[in-house]
Design a protein around this ligand. Structure first.
Ligand code: ZN
Length: 347
């Protein structure tokens, strides 16, 4: 089969690789119908996260079950399934408590020795613990499939950020980061009942999606000017909850500075310097909580899936460019240059 590999920074290739097969009795092989490129893939693309030459990449996909191991009970060939961005056994204490990202037998797609989502098929370890079944008729609904693909990462991650930010009915929420996760954070905050949602961003195509998802205000300024603008919108107080979906020193500093005293920052941007943006004495004096991390998307999948299926939420607008497998390297370039928000891959 063919799959995307990364050989060096900015060197993405689509190559012939061995077909995935069932290796363990708990494995499931999934033929990929839809995959996508994540903002976090860009850290590897830009050389800011190390990869071995030839390593697979891509951690968001849905598809059709092709083969199941002898111990798999929940799936049979032909089932339509979505995968969260981490596999997990579904049986350990962490999995039972809804923190599948801490499963000791879990792992990330595209790590050394595993398949990545940006390819024709994937060997899924612990299929029963990892995959979630989708209604079969969704396969013929292009828009719905695209919306469901967002459940593999960005929608669940946005939801995790909103929970970390303590969003509840009536909250005022600010969102730092206008990528797909930040935008899904807006949608998640709206879903949880936020009354006012302030999206920080300057790119009109993105802030338009933020408004579509429920943002009531958009702040186009950056840095201290953005902080002043948010304070002005909140009677000088800041937001009850702030979603931090970037991961840099500047974005974390902004997030803390626009949080109201006693509020929370929900952080889901993969940290690349964000720790240095934290001033614990400021957070101490103002009783600001910090909560978040790598999102246990598997735990959130059932409830978010129900809301996508009944039309309560539709995260599909975050995808603004579609490529086939050969177009994946160009898709990375487009996201790196910010001409695309999020790239959908149809292998
Ligand atoms: Zn586990």
């Amino acid at each position: 089969m063919r799959a995307t590999t990364i050989h060096a920074p900015f060197d993405m290739r689509v190559e012939e690789v061995p077909d995935p097969v069932v290796q363990e009795p708990t494995d499931v092989v999934v033929r990929v119908l839809r995959a996508c490129i994540c903002g976090s893939d860009l850290w590897a693309y830009r050389g800011e996260s190390a990869r071995q030459p030839g390593q697979r990449i891509g951690h968001e996909f849905l598809g059709v079950v092709e083969e199941t191991g002898s111990e798999v009970r929940g799936f049979t060939a032909g089932d339509l399934v979505v995968a969260p961005f981490v596999w997990s056994d579904g049986t350990c204490d962490h999995c039972a408590e809804g923190l599948q990202t801490s499963c000791p037998r879990g792992g990330f797609w595209g790590s050394v020795g595993s398949d990545g989502g940006q390819g024709e098929a994937v060997r899924v370890p612990f299929g029963d613990g990892t995959l979630v079944k989708l209604p079969a008729d969704a396969a013929s609904d292009d828009r719905l499939l695209t919306a469901l693909l967002a459940l593999s990462d960005v929608m669940g991650t946005g939801h995790h950020a909103a929970l970390g930010a303590g969003v509840r009915p009536g909250s005022t929420v600010a969102v730092v980061g206008d990528g797909a996760v930040g935008l899904c954070g807006v949608l998640a905050a709206k879903r949880l009942g936020a009354e006012r949602i302030i999206a920080l961003g300057r790119h009109t195509a993105r802030t338009d999606i933020a408004r579509l998802f429920g943002a009531t205000d958009v702040v186009a300024e950056r840095g201290e000017a953005a902080e002043a603008a948010v304070r002005e919108l909140t009677r000088g107080q800041g937001a009850h909850g702030v979603i931090e979906a970037v991961g840099t020193e500047q974005s974390m500093r902004t997030a803390v500075n626009i949080t109201r005293d006693g509020g929370s920052v929900g952080y889901v941007g993969v940290p690349h310097g964000s720790g240095t943006g934290l001033d614990l004495s400021v957070m101490f004096d103002r009783n600001i909580a910090l909560r978040g991390g790598v999102a246990p998307v598997r735990a959130y999948l059932p409830e978010l899936l129900a809301d996508v299926l009944d039309g309560t939420i539709d995260p599909s607008p975050v995808f603004d460019l579609t490529v086939d497998l050969d177009g994946v390297p160009a898709g990375y370039r487009a996201m790196d240059e910010r001409t695309a928000l999020k790239v959908l891959v149809k292998p």
